[in-house]
Design a protein around this ligand. Structure first.
Ligand SMILES: CC(=O)SCCNC(=O)CCNC(=O)[C@H](O)C(C)(C)COP(=O)(O)OP(=O)(O)OC[C@H]1O[C@@H](n2cnc3c(N)ncnc32)[C@H](O)[C@@H]1OP(=O)(O)O
Length: 414
């Protein structure tokens, strides 16, 4: 246990124990505006995904009765696909909350500092999160790295282009047994195809497959699964609107054929005018249809933020699209983990070493997080004056090297 420096009273910081969890659930339920407490099954689901030693708690010894819990943060030990297809460990920061009575006193900053100390001691290379608000995490070096587009598909207008060779698609509704047997394995195959994709261990699948009514959106059915040899789709019927709507939870397609075949079934759903979905920004759905206007994009959201914890190891871990020679200066106000690095990329692989040369490229570590998976072109940050290069040729080379064939997509909220 250590004293919390930044706050006015003698708050304490500690790691969770068994005895803390009732209060953790109550504190988080309040902070995240839940209307009902988590059931014991949902509490077990959550605890099955995190180690107590990875949960940071802040208590106020000056509470009227006892030492109330006023801050909670935790991280999951996750794996994220990098450009090139390899999965890499990442610390997934989550369930960050500070009691409304104790906000803006530095408790979040203290908890994050404590977790960064741990991650750096463990030699972690990446931290990731899904952000409740866009203005909180850049100061800690995180940048938005994965995006999703929310779409509404007008089923009256949507028709897949005819494929005479695939008149009978190999898609079926999956039984409960088939879901448990095939869906996790298909998802694992899919993660290798997308930068940013997050792996789901069994402890993540158990609650998903349990599909507890208390975890469903209001007025929504249980999950229907469509199974293809190379993918699956999951959707619910949503009766919170009239007329009834279909909500596609995910379309996980390992091949282009699976994407087409699964969407052919989804756009053929009868007795409702629309389905909604949240899909990659480069998803081919619109151009798969005879009428591309049947797909309306209703929003684009950041779905995952990335913080590089170790610049040379991070740069050395992904595959690149083009050669590059640059002297990269990275600034990191929060942790001082930046510096100047010689970056030489040949045949997709980077060799990175500390350098004393004059930089040819300069950016903040949060921008490096944003461009790292290829989701936002380097050029866009240069145009916003958030990447500096010594020449247009350096910028063009950087842009080519960091680009990816497929837009990153996390696929899992945490
Ligand atoms: C990964 C996740 O879990 S995302 C979920 C985040 N949690 C929530 O949204 C739940 C509701 N909100 C809260 O619990 C709190 O308001 C928190 C966790 C967002 C902030 O906690 P606090 O202890 O008040 O933050 P703290 O005082 O440490 O502020 C740290 C910095 O972030 C800034 N900050 C804090 N909250 C916000 C905000 N909502 N918007 C913009 N900036 C913010 C502060 O100004 C401060 O800046 P500075 O240190 O550069 O001067």
């Amino acid at each position: 246990m250590s004293n919390l420096q930044a706050a006015s009273s003698a708050l304490t910081v500690a790691r969770a124990t068994d005895a803390d969890w009732d209060e953790i659930f109550a504190t988080d339920a309040r902070a995240f505006l839940m209307t009902n407490p988590l059931s014991s099954a949902e509490q077990a689901d959550m605890r099955g995904k995190v180690d107590d030693a990875d949960v940071v708690l802040v208590r106020d010894p000056d509470g009227l009765a006892g030492r109330p819990l006023v801050g909670v943060s935790m991280f999951y030990r996750m794996a994220m696909t990098l450009p090139g297809g390899a999965a890499h460990p990442a610390a997934g920061l989550s369930w960050v909350s500070v009691a409304a009575t104790h906000r803006r006193r530095g408790i979040l900053r203290t908890m994050i500092t404590e977790l960064f100390d741990q991650w750096e001691a463990e030699d972690q290379v990446f931290a990731i999160l899904t952000a409740s608000e866009a203005t909180i995490y850049e100061r800690f070096g995180f940048g938005p790295t994965c995006f999703a587009q929310d779409v509404t598909v007008d089923l009256g207008a949507a028709k897949m282009r005819h494929r005479a060779d695939r008149a009978h698609s190999p898609v079926n509704y999956a039984t409960g047994d088939e879901v448990a047997r095939h869906i996790p394995e298909l998802h694992a195959r899919w993660t290798a195809t997308r930068p940013g994709a997050l792996a789901r261990p069994q402890s993540w699948w158990d609650p998903i497959l349990a599909d507890r009514p208390s975890q469903r959106p209001a007025h929504s059915s249980g999950m229907h699964y469509l199974l293809h040899p190379d993918g699956y789709a999951a959707y619910r019927i949503n009766q919170s609107t009239q007329p009834t709507r279909g909500d596609v939870a995910e379309v996980v397609a390992v091949t282009d054929e699976a994407h087409t075949d699964l969407w052919r079934v989804l756009v053929g759903l009868d007795l409702m005018p629309t389905v909604t979905a949240s899909i990659p920004v480069d998803d081919p759905l619109a151009v798969s249809l005879t009428n591309h206007r049947a797909v309306s994009v209703t929003g684009v959201r950041d779905t995952m933020w990335l913080r590089i914890l170790d610049v040379p190891r991070a740069l050395g871990s992904r595959h690149y699209a083009a050669d590059l020679d640059a002297v990269l200066e990275v600034t990191d106000e929060f942790r001082g983990r930046g510096g100047i690095f010689d970056v030489s990329i040949r045949d997709g692989n980077a060799v990175v070493a500390p350098s004393s040369a004059t930089p040819t490229v300069r950016m903040d570590i949060s921008v490096l997080g944003s461009i790292f998976l290829g989701g936002t072109p380097v050029r866009r940050f240069a145009a916003a004056e958030r990447v500096w290069t010594d020449s247009v040729d350096t910028l063009a080379a950087l842009d080519r090297a960091f680009g990816t064939d497929r837009a990153p997509f996390a696929g899992t909220f945490f």
